[in-house]
Ligand binder design. Structure first.
Ligand code: NAD
Length: 487
């Protein structure tokens, strides 16, 4: 772990094995942090923020540190990509994309740090009213395993740009690329305590990060149940919370869509990153009149997906993160069959061709679903697509909005007006027309409903790490006379 500018082993001698999900092999052993380690990191971050003066650091200096970090990450990009693939399982082409995204995040927020962000107001009474933005303070950042590097950098970069200090914890399964990033953070030369890394279990280390009174804000990405627990823990000291949670996102395809494009993106929406994507298009909402043409093509294409270790350049879909998660996804597949949905393809663990030690599941598609089914309502977080059909635009919208989630959604159609009508009705924070998945560091990321609170990335993402202070300056310094002076 990296606490107060130093590498430390942790207060207990406990360790945790890190697994390669493509082979089941132990690839590293890391320190297992405790509550005491979380407290030490939080205290260091608190001291660095106020006593040691990070609060007064200059935006220009913070930007320089972030630019330097971006350069170092870029120089070592391939090593980071290999690490994320080894540890998470995702195909190399995806890890390479993630690393370039992470580099870009540091540069984007470095640039934003020095841009103007205040307001002045024309008010009566000879007062100059204005607003300045100030860092929120000490921020706990807790991240999941599906994008180990990029989930971390999209939290660290805006927090540092804003002038906050940070305690970050990776998911138990995927600490490696973040540990490596801290080697670069150490080289860049942040003052001690400004950026701290703790490892360990969510229920102990994570819970302390969410409840500790010295923390001003908790920024969390992960499951909705965990998000609820974090919000409750943070409530006792009225911390600010940023929550990026789960999804069950609709991908609506109308009969007038460009056929090849819609099929291609329906696959990409759910099977990219093994379906372990919060914004995955896990529900295909298909116009009934297109069904007989669309579904056979979709199934044929799903069967062609090359599944294998992420380290093979030819692999298109990798293993799931762990045996436990694989079994969870397989149990959802059993639930789907019991609920009466029809399994069109997939549904099995893959063990042939040397995959038997890893946690691979076939690309899976269910049809004949009803809106109440668990496989339609709950986030499976794996390569499992459910198909729902509709006859009218209104029905498509009702189905699309018919879960507790509201993270993302897409519409495929060649009717521009219809596309916009439908998108405006979607209760979701991230939407697409005739595409799925592209998102950019320049634009805000986050969900409606139980998919989250707040936004990451873009100027909105920086705002989350900034307080708003109103300042009123008297331009005529004289007594108000509100209460009479009686001698
Ligand atoms: P998770 O909620 O199980 O764990 C996420 C993190 O929370 C881990 O670091 C874990 O150690 C920690 N944690 C667990 N219990 C905790 C507690 N009680 N207090 C504090 N911290 C705790 O999620 P996961 O399985 O790692 O990731 C999958 C989930 O993440 C999915 O639901 C997915 O949709 C979501 N996700 C959302 C986004 C988004 O941007 N909205 C992005 C990626 C993943």
């Amino acid at each position: 772990m990296y606490i107060d500018g130093k590498w430390v082993p942790g207060s207990t001698n406990e360790t945790r094995d890190v697994i390669n999900p493509a082979t089941g092999e132990v690839i590293a052993t890391v320190a297992e942090g405790s509550t005491a380690d979380a407290v030490a990191a939080i205290e260091a971050a608190r001291r660095a923020f106020e006593e040691d003066g990070w609060i007064d650091s200059k935006a220009r200096d913070r930007a320089a540190l972030l630019y330097r970090l971006a350069d170092l990450l870029e120089e070592n990009a391939e090593e980071f990509a290999q690490l994320d693939t080894l540890n998470n399982g995702k195909p190399l082409r995806e890890s390479r994309y993630d690393v370039s995204d992470a580099v870009n995040q540091f540069r984007y927020f470095a640039g934003l740090a020095t841009k103007p962000h205040g307001q002045t107001y024309d008010v009566p009474d000879q007062i100059q009213a204005m607003v300045v933005r100030e860092p929120v303070g000490v921020v706990s950042q807790i991240i999941p395993w599906n994008y180990p590097l990029v989930m971390a950098t999209q939290k660290i970069a805006p927090a540092i740009a804003a002038g906050c200090t940070v305690v970050i914890k990776p998911a138990e399964q995927t600490p490696l690329s973040l540990i490596k990033l801290f080697e670069l953070i150490d080289r860049v030369g942040f003052p001690p305590g400004v950026v701290n890394l703790v490892l360990g279990a969510g229920e102990t280390v994570g819970a302390e990060m969410a409840r500790n009174p010295l923390v001003d804000m908790v920024a969390f990405t992960g499951g909705t149940e965990t998000g609820i627990a974090i919000m409750k823990a943070a409530a006792d000291t009225v911390k600010k919370v940023g929550l990026e949670l789960g999804g069950k996102s609709p991908n609506i395809v109308f009969a007038d869509a460009d056929f090849e494009t819609a099929v291609d993106y329906a696959l990409y929406a759910i099977f990219a990153n093994q379906g372990e994507v919060c914004s995955a298009g896990s529900r295909l909402i298909l116009e009934e009149s297109l069904y007989d043409r669309f579904v056979p093509e979709l199934v044929a294409r799903a069967k062609q997906i090359v599944v294998g270790p992420g380290t093979d350049e030819s692999t298109e879909m990798g293993p799931l993160i762990s045996e436990e998660h694989m079994n969870r996804v397989l149990s959802y597949i059993e639930v789907g069959k019991k609920e009466g949905a029809t399994l069109l393809t997939g549904g099995r663990r893959m063990t042939e061709n040397g995959l038997d030690k890893g946690f691979f599941i076939e690309p899976t598609i269910f049809t004949d679903t009803t809106p109440e089914m668990k496989i339609v309502q709950e986030e499976i977080f794996g390569p499992v697509l459910v198909i729902q059909t509709f006859r009218t635009e209104e029905e498509a919208i009702r189905l699309a909005n018919g879960t507790k989630y509201g993270l993302a959604g897409a519409v495929f159609t060649s009717d521009v007006a219809k596309a916009h009508r439908v998108i405006r009705k979607l209760r979701a924070g991230i939407t697409w027309i005739n595409t799925y998945h592209p998102t950019f560091n320049e634009a805000p990321w986050g969900g409606y409903k139980q998919s989250g609170i707040g936004r990451e990335l873009g100027t909105y993402g920086l705002d989350e790490y900034l307080e708003v202070k109103q300042i009123n300056v008297n331009l005529e310094v004289a007594p108000t006379g509100w209460f009479q002076k009686r001698s």
